[in-house]
Ligand binder design. Structure first.
Ligand code: FSX
Ligand code: SF4
Ligand code: F3S
Length: 373
């Protein structure tokens, strides 16, 4: 980080790090796909990273576990970490920069002054507001004070993680330190929420690559999250979804049915009410995500996480979705309730799906206890 040349483009820096142009193009294609861009847009992303100067980034850490940074540096794609931690001209991150103490603070002050109005402020962690903010102090100053100062010259703020986006675990009841999200404190800057505890590394980079490529912030939903990554529920892209549709549910997440791939809805899965990219992007370059590892989604990206629990009980009464009704209806249909019209088609589809799924299993028998009633 010490040899940052502000005039270097992203490509210059990547080549200097020892990557080839082919590696660069592979990264561009990979990120463009994750960002949901048409293949015709890949050239535009490549051109932006080839020609644009790196954007200065100030990255603050407040109340958090540093899992968000960890998620980043553990990404399986080598360029994902480099593109932000090195090639984005990261001027200040107290966790990873080589400088420390007064030198680190001076470097930050200088960068904020030189790049006033142009830098991106990344905030990881919630901000304690109780008792004048004394529960998180860095270099003798409170997180509230530091946040206000770094936000002043920021072009935009990215809140990485559920803590800075919503308050997260730090704000869980009874919230003894009065933890708050960035949006409670800063009101006059664009804030892009990138929630998740932690968020997926590629999602964090994707937001930055979007900003570099288009010179604007990505389209946000009504909760301030980039639509391209948070526009769908985990349930919408979950590979266990055919089992949900067929009414095949595991009772507990460590049961045989769960191992066979049955839907984890009855084991408390919050995928139907959680907006995140886990189902289609997965973690560590597509290796896995919680549901694929056998555990129900606990809704780590949602507002109110952690108090939204308990996480192992079946969710009920979901506004606007009717999952309970749907699942109950499926159960009743399978049990032979008198139905007609469109529902007859539903029976056919459902039973066909159920047969197909269960016949693929060893023994091919349907366990009645897994049918929702
Ligand atoms: Fe929070 Fe990030 Fe969870 Fe941890 O820093 S979103 S506690 S993974 O690390 O802020
Ligand atoms: Fe997947 Fe959970 Fe939806 Fe079942 S309820 S399909 S496990 S997201
Ligand atoms: Fe979090 Fe659920 Fe994804 S717990 S990591 S949003 S599957």
């Amino acid at each position: 980080m010490g040899d940052i040349n502000k005039n270097e483009t992203y490509l210059d820096f990547i080549l200097k790090k020892g990557y080839t142009r082919k590696d660069f193009l592979r990264f561009v294609t990979y990120m463009s796909a994750f960002m949901g861009l048409e293949s015709s847009m890949v050239g535009q992303v490549a051109k932006a990273l080839e020609t644009k100067k790196r954007i200065p980034v100030i990255w603050e850490h407040f109340q958090e576990c540093t899992g968000c940074s960890e998620s980043f540096i553990r990404s399986d794609h080598p360029l994902v970490a480099d593109i932000l931690f090195d090639s984005i001209s990261l001027d200040y991150t107290d966790t990873l920069m080589a400088a420390s103490g007064h030198n680190a603070e001076e470097a930050k002050q200088k960068s904020m002054k030189d790049n006033f109005g142009k830098y991106i402020l990344v905030v990881e962690g919630a901000i304690p507001t109780k008792d004048d903010g004394i529960y998180c102090t860095i270099a003798g100053r409170t997180a509230v004070e530091i946040l206000k100062e770094s936000a002043e010259g920021a072009a935009a703020i990215l809140t990485f993680g559920s803590c800075s986006s919503w308050g997260g675990i730090q704000a869980a009841s009874p919230n003894p330190t009065g933890s708050a999200p960035v949006s409670d404190i800063i009101k006059n800057k664009p804030i892009i929420r990138v929630p998740g505890c932690p968020p997926i590394g590629e999602v964090m980079v994707g937001v930055v690559v979007h900003y570099v490529t288009f010179g604007s912030l990505p389209e946000l939903d009504n909760m301030g999250r980039p639509k391209q990554f948070f526009g769908k529920r985990v349930h919408d892209s979950c590979y266990r979804r055919p089992y949900f549709d067929a009414g095949l549910y595991a009772e507990t997440f460590d049961s045989d049915e769960a191992k066979k791939g049955y839907c984890l809805y009855k084991a408390g899965c919050r995928g139907p009410i959680s907006y995140n990219a886990c189902g289609f992007m997965e973690w560590n370059n597509g290796v896995s995500f919680p549901i694929k590892s056998g555990h129900p989604c606990i809704g780590c990206s949602e507002s109110g996480f952690w108090d939204n629990g308990p996480f192992v009980e079946r969710i009920v009464n979901i506004p606007g979705f009717g999952i309970e009704k749907t699942a109950d209806t499926i159960g009743k249909i399978v049990l032979g309730a008198a139905v007609g019209g469109a529902a007859v088609h539903a029976i056919g589809t459902n039973i066909a799906k159920r047969k197909e799924l269960t016949l693929n299993e060893e023994g091919g028998r349907i366990d009645e206890k897994n049918i929702i009633e």
